[in-house]
Design a protein around this ligand. Structure first.
Ligand code: VG1
Ligand code: CO
Length: 579
């Protein structure tokens, strides 16, 4: 093949957000738009990570992925990449990409040093919806801010990109296709999307004990992939490896448009699962399963449900951390430490203290956990946004979280599987609250608000926090039954490994009784702005941990809305999503 240099001019707004570049498909389809971003990424990497390198290119299979894969393969060849690995049909979940970078050995003994992941995660897909792309590094984790900043700088100055005149490659069949170019050979290796990931899961968990649980007559299970890529893994792991019924899988055939839905595993968007689990307005006569879970489009998120019971993601990571050493073979030697993102509830802090574990609080986005894990300081981490994971890879991992919960259930029910009363998901959560106290928690999202209005609200809150006296006067005027604000700031993080500093990571109001209000702007949207408001209140008294969470949090919610003048700034009287 031949390589050509194609002239181009910069596009505005190619700054990677919390997790890569996410835009409407129409934006991505503009001539040179994707090419500019990919070339800017190549230019941000050291030459040896490009020339002669092996790169993974795949994603959650959303609309435009197949075109994007062909474009990126040609550009990879044009930039001197030695080989590209593609999951069959272009499918790889985000956690599977991370596993493939870290674990897979190619048919010729090669190893990958990076990946282009094609996904907009939980954002809807289809011709009128979102596409996305992000780059992961040789440790399997998202590119750190130093690299994403450089990619952005490159996009503002780009003049040309390199591409090869290759034919399209068939990515539906497993095998290697080779081409000869000016600098030698270029290969495309198409491989099974699931086997490396399945192998890794089998090395972490005790599949035999989970299988016993799943086949026990008194345990019932269901899993909803929301038409995302998780379906490909769910079939292999839950049905083929662990013996779950085929009928326990919902929406497990990956679709380009996620069936027209929002592939976001929460109580609002995972409607079918929520109804099946007996939550919400379901009047079905059928007894709900004991355990249910869902994933997002790229399968890095998870929602865990018990029968008629919702587990908050903040509680989930705390409970996994508290039980991991006993229930999961991978952790049997002990945990190196635990970490959470700043807006995630402080429940994990208390587990860390009780178990005498190292603890870290990082900004939102998985990239901040990677350095801690690479340095051997963190085993388990999580985010309130339905993200949970461990140092087995460098991404959050939806199926891993489900296997972790099944392991805990299997461990707690070792004696009960023949029949009789099971220890349920709800029992495990309530026992956890009894031991550690409960963090009542909720998140309000105001999606697609006017970007200017969102900025003004944030600026107002930054200014307000400089006077605690004024803050407390307002708070007291709204509700006299909430405690005092004792500290307010804009969260800033200094990475303990590389010393890099990340500023403006959300505004925090911390109350005397441990309650917190956090405000931040989303970095993953593709239109307008999304304001996220995180509300948390700690209850230590075991006799008071059983309340309805929205009731318990009502006073703090009122304070948050009043303090931020939410309606005044945004014109919204209610959030779009409550989790
Ligand atoms: C959101 C979540 C954040 C998560 C990120 C990527 O970011 O809040 O916790 O890491 O999505 O998850 P933001 O900036 O919109 O709040 V995924 O599954 O979209 O890669
Ligand atoms: Co995701």
């Amino acid at each position: 093949f031949n390589v050509s240099r194609v002239e181009t001019t910069p596009f505005d707004g190619q700054k990677p957000g919390t997790s890569g570049l996410r835009k409407k498909v129409k934006v991505f389809k503009q001539p040179n738009y994707l090419e500019n971003f990919v070339q800017s990424t190549f230019n941000a990497l050291t030459p040896q990570k490009v020339r002669g390198a092996t790169l993974v290119v795949s994603g959650d299979g959303r609309y435009f992925s197949k075109d994007a894969i062909q474009i990126i393969m040609k550009m990879a060849a044009g930039n001197g990449v030695r080989r590209v690995w593609v999951g069959q049909n272009g499918l790889l979940s985000t956690p599977a990409v991370s596993a493939v970078i870290r674990e897979r050995v190619g048919v010729d003994g090669s190893r990958a040093t990076g990946a282009f992941i094609l996904t907009a995660s939980h954002n809807p897909g289809g011709p009128n919806e979102d596409f996305g792309i992000k780059y992961n590094m040789e440790n399997g984790g998202p590119a750190p801010e130093g690299i994403t900043d450089e990619i952005y700088e490159n996009t503002k100055a780009i003049k040309e990109y390199l591409t090869a005149d290759l034919p399209d490659v068939d990515i539906t069949a497993i095998g290697v296709t080779s081409f000869g170019g000016p600098d030698g050979q270029f290969d495309v290796e198409v491989f099974d999307s699931a086997s490396d990931y399945v192998k890794l899961m089998k090395s972490i968990f005790d599949f035999e004990s989970i299988q016993k649980l799943l086949s026990s007559p008194n345990f019932t299970f269901c899993y909803d992939a929301l038409h995302g890529v998780a379906g490909a893994y769910a079939k292999r792991i839950f049905v083929e490896e662990l013996g779950a019924q085929e009928s326990s899988l919902m929406n497990c055939v990956p679709k380009e448009d996620f069936g027209g839905g929002h592939p976001d595993p929460n109580l609002t968007y995972a409607k079918e699962l929520v109804a099946r689990m007996g939550l919400g307005k379901s009047n079905s006569e059928v007894e709900p399963p004991e355990f249910g879970a869902a994933a997002d489009g790229d399968a890095d998120r998870n929602m865990i449900l018990g029968k008629r019971f919702f587990v908050t993601p903040s509680d989930s990571v705390s409970i996994i951390a508290a039980n991991a050493v006993e229930a999961i073979p991978y952790f049997s030697a002990g945990l190196k430490g635990v970490a959470r993102s700043m807006p995630t509830s402080s429940g994990l802090d208390i587990v860390a203290k009780n178990l005498n574990l190292k603890f870290f609080e990082v900004p939102t986005g998985w990239k901040f956990f990677g350095n801690l894990m690479d340095a051997g300081l963190c085993s388990i981490c999580g985010e309130e946004s339905f993200g949970t994971g461990s140092d087995h890879i460098r991404e959050k991992d939806g199926i891993w979280a489900v296997l972790a919960w099944l392991s805990i259930l299997a461990f707690k029910n070792k004696e009960n599987l023949g029949g009789g009363e099971l220890v349920t998901v709800e029992d495990i959560v309530r026992n956890h609250w009894a031991t550690y106290g409960r963090h009542y928690y909720t998140r309000y999202d105001y999606e697609n608000v006017d970007a200017g209005a969102a900025k003004e609200l944030m600026a107002y809150l930054v200014k307000l926090q400089s006077s605690l006296a004024e803050v407390n006067e307002i708070v007291g005027g709204i509700r006299s039954d909430v405690s005092k604000v004792v500290h307010a700031d804009e969260f800033e993080y200094k990475d303990p490994i590389d010393g890099s500093i990340s500023k403006h990571q959300g505004i925090r109001y911390l109350f005397e009784d441990g309650s917190r209000l956090v405000f931040r702007l989303s970095g993953t949207g593709s239109e307008g702005a999304t304001i996220r408001l995180y509300i948390e209140q700690y209850e230590k008294d075991p006799s008071k941990t059983g309340r309805d969470s929205q009731d318990a949090l009502a006073p703090l919610v009122a304070v948050a809305l009043g303090l931020s003048k939410m309606q005044e700034f945004t014109g919204r009287s209610a959030p779009t999503v409550i989790t």
